[in-house]
Design a protein around this ligand. Structure first.
Ligand code: ATP
Ligand code: MG
Length: 326
């Protein structure tokens, strides 16, 4: 068996808050092969962004702690690396587009200089060569007049343009893995389609692996090979995209998909809202975390954590009373 590009094993990330320990990521495991796209879906607060940041070791605040687990990238345990080794990995091997990309650009530096800075930091290119490459990158991500745009500031550009610039910066060093946290959420449907198309083309060209966090099941259907569904800090079901969309087993996934009117219509495909409140991650339910909201719960769902079960090749889910296979 070949080593997967990314292997996440029992990852735990906690926030130590004044009123208790919040388990934002609580035992997440998955693997991702080179060139593949994994979609991560789940309702707001389920831990998607914290998971993404935990993988690259950029947690948002001092209270955040890695509480356990391993992240292997090309067989190397990222959690054993020093901060300076990790900085080399980020940017060069793994790039991330953050959930609030429009604020992640530097307002006082031209977009060209921002790209040059990344290239100079992570490659051997001279300043002149980096400048040329920056213009090429802007061209690659579909910025018209790239030479002129390179000398401008991000705040003068539209949301779609800025998002392309964020992508150009992320892709500057041809990363082997791109983690994109809701990369198109703030954009209108046409620009969203263009950005996704761009990501797909760049991915094909560079055989890059992609983790795509999204609320949009239309995006999942269109872009992903595999999907992981998060609920309250855990992955409750993961499978090839066709299995998730057509044969969901875990009751939360099933409920989500049943309430989607039409997956092929992007504007209708936002993750539906399931009645009830997500659990408090400081004192989550002891058994299945979805049990309090689940119409199919049995007694043991509230007392025992359902183990991961197999449902065919690469399809796993955690549910005591799953939806039947059709
Ligand atoms: N800086 C922080 N301090 C304390 N708790 C946090 C912090 N960031 C996230 N959390 C908590 O961690 C949990 C997971 O948050 P996360 O941002 O990963 O959710 P998400 O799935 O990305 O949601 P969304 O879909 O809204 O982006 C939530 O309960 C959230 O309240
Ligand atoms: Mg998020």
């Amino acid at each position: 068996m070949t080593t997967p590009l990314l292997e996440v094993d029992d990852l735990q990330t906690h926030f130590h808050l004044p009123h208790g320990t919040l388990r934002a990521v609580d035992g997440v495991s998955f693997t991702l092969d080179a060139g593949r796209t994994l979609g991560i879906v789940g309702e707001s607060g389920s831990g998607k962004s914290v998971l993404a940041r935990s993988i690259i070791g950029l947690l948002p605040m001092a209270q955040a702690r890695r509480a356990g687990g391993r992240v292997l990238f090309a067989g190397r345990d990222l959690r054993q690396l020093s901060e300076s080794q990790m900085r080399q990995v980020r940017g060069r091997q793994i790039a991330m587009i953050f959930q609030d990309p429009l604020t992640s650009l530097n307002p006082v530096m031209t977009v060209g200089r921002q790209i040059v800075q990344v290239l100079r930091q992570h490659t051997d290119l001279s300043t002149a060569a980096a400048k040329t490459r920056a213009v090429e990158l802007l061209n690659e991500v579909g910025i018209p007049d790239p030479k002129q745009r390179a000398g401008e500031y991000a705040h003068r550009m539209s949301g779609g343009m800025r998002q392309r610039i964020v992508i150009a910066i992320a892709l500057a060093c041809n990363p082997r893995l791109l983690i994109a946290d809701e990369p198109t959420t703030a954009l209108d449907v046409t620009v969203q389609a263009q950005i996704l198309d761009l990501l797909r083309r760049l991915q094909d060209r560079h055989a890059m692996a992609l983790i795509l966090i999204t609320h949009n099941l239309g995006v999942v259907a269109e872009m992903c090979d595999d999907v992981a569904v998060m609920y309250a800090g855990r992955i409750v079901e993961q499978a090839p995209v066709g299995d998730i969309l057509e044969r969901p087993r875990m009751r939360y996934t099933h409920a989500l998909l049943q309430s989607v009117p039409d997956i092929d219509t992007p504007s209708h495909a936002r993750l539906p809202v399931i009645p009830g409140q997500p659990p408090n991650l400081i004192a989550p339910p002891v058994g299945c975390r979805f049990a309090p909201r689940c119409g199919f719960r049995q007694d043991r769902c509230e007392g025992e954590v359902p183990p991961q079960r197999e449902a065919g090749a690469h399809h796993r889910f955690a549910c005591f009373n799953p939806a039947p296979e059709h």
